[in-house]
Write a protein that binds this ligand. Structure first.
Ligand code: GCU
Length: 594
């Protein structure tokens, strides 16, 4: 039976579906960094892509042309143009680009000696928002979504000398995108994470998943997928530290599922034990550091390794502490996670999109549990299939990259989305996709709630039915009443499921002082925290919390002069790294209460 998909969906499947298999882990592989200065052309009218009839121009900037003689008309020259650093957002690199939303062309020259018989991929950690990538004037492909990795195979296009890679980056917002036009974070544009060439054998270990088996204790389960043409191979999985080695054979599609006995020490915040894992095929080897733990729910409780646990957390955006702009390296991650530890925390909600891999891997090492989320945020276009495919693709890329990361215990598929039938069916499909890709973690979402009378708020969002853990955002004392209002409110839920208060908080300009009812002062924020902490003790099924937010962050929605100036000031730490009074209130609560 021939299936004909409407052209739009077909085109979008092409855009969203990775042209090349997404390499799940490039750590430990032969890589060549393309980070550094790239020449750029700021192109708000997309002169480099369209002709004056607004049709795609086959001689666009991706050709990187030079006039061959004095008469030839070429109206751009990358090599005489300014540069931007990669990785990095463009907004904080040049004052004139702080609010820029549009297209910027990036170009980088490089030489590369590809080893005989090997394959080569160009791997992007992330590009916000839409990327079109060209090598030596040839289009490699497109990617949409600013927070997940993608790669293209360039084995047949690479030259030993004088290669030039060109990326058209466009961070313009649009209603059908994910996220959509309104967010409370800065729309940082650019090649925001590392770019690497990755060299692999002709048949390589493209993807794998290994974790404790859900069904049986002292067993590990998982799968391995090869990519190439030599699919039937002998594979071994080794954990040298415990002298464990098992051998298997992949099938005619280069795939194998495994289940084997293994007794390991379990990973937890107090003991973040990681093991060196070696997966070896006849043509390729992967080395990984993985910790083993079980995360599950039992009625209203979250269990880690079979024991009830409380997630003492904080929310955070992916902004570089003290420097501002997108965070994208281990140093940034260290500062952020050390602050979580200083708060006596064991959990961080990475809002509202997948953050860079550095912070996830460091959380593995430091024993900090993670809530990871895709930017299905506020008023997405629920009945737009293109929007759904886009969200599904970002979800799939997030899980593909991070499924072997021990620290991630929760996948969140949305934040504060308005209840409706379209929204419910959209989110149900995302929850289903999450379970299909990874049934070893918990699924959640930050849900809204509503009053059923003056003093009772109901947590009964219909989407809660499809979740393992209910996320609850509430702003009693800031958007809803004054701080003491929290003392008068009771929460109710029919869900016999764990609840995480994924957001509460208040704005305070660090250093601004006054009485505890004067907004924007540290005292007001502290007052909100005092009352919220009492409220936490009355929230049904409370299993964790991640107040909003660790540090002040840039937002185009925050325009109060002298206080906000394009910063959301709900941080417990200022953009200069100075702690506010409320920081110590939460720190004390986490120290004493658990
Ligand atoms: C919302 C939202 C955040 C936002 C915060 C705020 O709940 O999820 O993204 O920044 O409230 O208003 O400060």
């Amino acid at each position: 039976m021939k299936i004909t998909l409407p052209l739009v969906i077909l085109l979008n499947l092409i855009i969203f579906a990775q042209q090349s298999p997404l390499i799940t882990n490039i750590e430990g592989r032969k890589t060549f960094s393309l980070n550094g200065n790239w020449q750029i052309i700021i192109d708000p009218y997309e002169m480099g892509y369209y002709n004056y009839r607004y049709e795609p121009n086959e001689n666009g900037y991706f050709k990187n042309q030079k006039p061959k003689n004095k008469t030839e008309l070429i109206e751009y020259d990358f090599d005489k143009s300014e540069t931007l650093k990669v990785p990095g957002d463009w907004n904080t690199q040049k004052e004139k680009l702080l609010l820029y939303e549009g297209t910027i062309w990036y170009k980088k020259d490089f030489d590369y000696q590809l080893e005989k018989g090997k394959r080569l991929f160009v791997y992007f950690g992330a590009v916000n928002y839409k990327a079109i990538v060209y090598l030596n004037g040839q289009k490699l492909g497109e990617h949409e979504g600013g927070f997940t990795p993608f790669n293209f195979e360039i084995t047949d296009l690479i030259k030993e000398k004088d290669n030039f890679i060109v990326v058209k980056v466009d961070n313009k917002r649009s209603r059908e995108f994910v996220p959509t036009v309104n967010t409370d974070w800065w729309n940082y544009g650019g090649i925001t994470r590392d770019v690497n060439l990755v060299e692999v054998p002709s048949t390589f270990i493209e993807d794998y998943f290994i974790q404790l088996s859900k069904e049986a204790d002292n067993k590990m389960s998982g799968w391995i997928q090869l990519d190439g043409n030599d699919f039937k191979q002998k594979i071994s999985v080794r954990i040298p530290e415990i002298n464990l080695e098992y051998s298997f054979k992949t099938d005619e599609n280069g795939y194998l599922r495994f289940l084997f006995n293994a007794v390991v020490e379990l990973w937890s915040p107090n003991y973040p034990k990681l093991y060196d894992i070696i997966i070896e095929s006849e043509t390729d080897t992967i080395k990984e550091k993985i910790g083993f733990r079980k995360i599950e729910v039992k009625g209203p409780n979250i269990l880690l390794n079979g024991k009830k646990i409380f997630l003492k957390g904080i929310s955070a955006h992916e902004e570089a502490p003290l420097k501002g702009g997108r965070a994208n390296n281990r140093e940034d991650a260290k500062i952020i996670l050390n602050w979580v530890k200083e708060l006596n925390g064991n959990f961080i909600r990475l809002a509202h999109y997948p953050h860079n891999e550095n912070i996830i891997r460091l959380a593995d090492e430091m024993g900090i549990m993670i809530w990871s989320e895709i930017p299905v945020y506020w008023t997405i276009l629920w009945n737009n299939e293109q929007t759904f495919l886009n969200a599904k693709n970002q979800l799939t890329e997030m899980i593909t990259r991070d499924k072997n990361r021990t620290s991630i215990v929760l996948w969140s598929v949305s934040n504060e989305t308005p209840v409706s039938e379209e929204r419910l069916s959209f989110l149900k499909r995302l929850a289903e996709q999450t379970r299909n890709l990874d049934d070893t973690r918990l699924i959640t979402a930050a849900l809204e709630n509503h009053y059923i009378n003056d003093s009772t708020i109901m947590i009964d969002d219909p989407f809660g039915e499809y979740l393992d853990v209910i996320g609850l955002n509430e702003y009693l004392g800031w958007y809803d009443g004054l701080p003491e209002k929290a003392d008068k409110i009771n929460y109710k839920t029919n869900y016999d499921k764990p609840v995480i208060v994924s957001e509460f908080g208040a704005d305070a300009l660090q250093g601004l002082h006054g009485d505890s009812l004067t907004r924007w002062t540290e005292e007001y924020q502290a007052n909100v925290y005092e009352h919220q902490i009492n409220l936490m003790k009355r929230i049904p099924n409370l299993s964790g919390m991640s107040p909003w937010i660790l540090a002040d962050f840039r937002s185009p929605r925050r325009n109060l002069p002298g206080i906000q100036d394009h910063w959301n000031r709900k941080g417990l730490i200022s953009d200069k790294g100075i702690k506010k009074k409320a920081f110590y209130i939460l720190k004390k609560f986490y120290e004493e209460a658990f």
